[in-house]
Design a protein around this ligand. Sequence first.
Ligand code: SF4
Length: 343
Amino acid sequence: MKIGKIQKSLNRSRCSSKNSLILDRTDALYALVDPCCLCPHLCGARRLHGQKGACQAGPQPKVAAALPHLGEEPPLCGQRGSGTVFFSNCSLRCLHCQNYEISLLGQGRALTIDQLAELYLSIQSKGCHNLNLVSATHYLPFVIDALHRARLKGFQLPVVYNSSGYERTAVLTLLEGVIDIYLPDAKYGHSQQGKNLSSVSNYSEVNRQTIREMYRQVGSLVVDTQHLATKGLIVRHLVLPNGLAGSRQVLRMMMEETAGQTPISLMGQYFPTPLAKENPLINRRITNEEWCQVLKWVDIFDIPQGWIQRPERANKSHYIPDFSSEYVFPFMIGKGSQQCLKD
Ligand code: SF4
């Protein structure tokens, strides 16, 4: 047999063993949705019987937007964008959520599993470098079922799991070998702030376990010859006013869990949303002093890799998604909002 034929046959057999793995995991995930224990809330809601838990998600996947996104971290968006699917609702209820229309208000459209699979395929046909699943935790069985169906029709892109960082380790283990790139938040260094701002009492502890498990599965970030991510972990941290994000503790946790092998994406673009405006602690943007203090900690902890989005580069139209506009993220039209951490 010629080398090209052998390679093709090897690829086919790798592809079919991955498909059967995804099919097995889909079955295991469906077993967790009714009564629902997909996230650390462990509500037990009978999701397939019309009950809703803390996330307010129903029995079908609901999607607010799907588009090539040029505002993600450079190894994700490349030249043609990260194929981002924004799922409606969320297992966290963050007062200051920058996507509150879809996470808290639940804007979006319910889809069948086949429609979701077609959406993945349309992202691939647009030339996106990856499929970027944003806040998919509460829809996981449907999301992975759709991935299986899309793969049977030729879907091949790397899959990014873009998460609040509040996940059950037992559920994450079912994503091993299915997800290529993890993109979790590390929102708070202290669980008290998770309680005050996101209504969960154990965010920091759960977040550490989440990052540990994700790192165990995919390890350091791997990029190809085009500098596009093919595998690995990137952790995001949004700096909040009044030190509420506990940035110092988050950076220390990152170093402890990944020994500096994981890039951090440090975001200074916080804007108070309507709900946050009512809370005097988070009703303003961060100051230059607050931002510089976080950068000092980056130096002190000697964080070796990552990206920053500086506060002075942000304005409301750049960083707050308007899901009713033609361009959901207007800043996608012009690139360059992110810089390397040590620039
Ligand atoms: S995914 Fe939703 S319904 Fe399920 S346990 Fe979490 S909050 Fe409850």
